[in-house]
Design a protein around this ligand. Sequence first.
Ligand code: SF4
Length: 290
Amino acid sequence: MKIGIPRALSYYNYFPFWYGFFTDLGIEIVLSDNTTKQTMSVGSSLVVPETCLPVKVYVGHVVNLLEKGIDKIFVPSIQSIAPKIYNCSKIRGLPDLIRNVVKKDFTIVEATLDKSERNKGLYDFLAEAVKPFGITETEKIKQASKRGWQVLNNFQVMTRSGFSYKKALRYAMENKVIIAENSKTYLTSIALIAHGYNLYDERVSMKIFDKLEKLDTKVYTAAQLTEEQMAEGIKSMQSKLYWANEYEITGAAAHYIKDKNIDGIITINAFGCGPDSLMLERIDICPKIK
Ligand code: SF4
């Protein structure tokens, strides 16, 4: 049993979970290759120009998996992660978008998580994700989800301690938990605010972490914060949570704005991103920045 996972969009948030979950069920994961110029041009050629870059990249990764001979590709529709907390329309409609632009013969393993409209439980969502593999036993699915949470939690403990995305993922997949030691001192410290897919995809971010390291700059991201710290940040802006990815943008920015050790904030956002244009506006008008 093999499932293809595009190395794009929610891969950068949830892959540790999917790794633990699918492998526990005996499903082998095949990842698409790292993003290249080719991935971007293939993706861009299949969608309308107004589509945001991360979605163009995602489409390119789906095509890459098909070229590798994978015929079942996981394309979840994560509509809403809590009542009235939504993802953007592109993430919500991802399976439909892929079906309409990638005209090839393959199975889209789609599962819908919608905590707003249908209050669909997480286990229903997970059951949908493994149904094409003939796995239906609830206990087995619950057990695999525990393994998924374990890998994700280990990963988060390590990114919070300061490990890079890549290192933390490698250790988490090896079932290790190591705490980073940060003894190096830097000239400046900045908070880098962006969605995971705009930060950790080296082609998309144009290796911004390496560039800042060369400038003797310590970089902080949302990955070093707990959900409580980001929720507190949102609250301090007297802002309400609406977008599913508001924690990593508004929440992280609001937290770092108050941190005296941070010299400034850099945001990276994709042209054509509706949620970012609203969230960044709110960050910009935050009184502490003025
Ligand atoms: S949140 Fe923005 S960048 Fe991300 S998929 Fe939606 S529109 Fe694109």
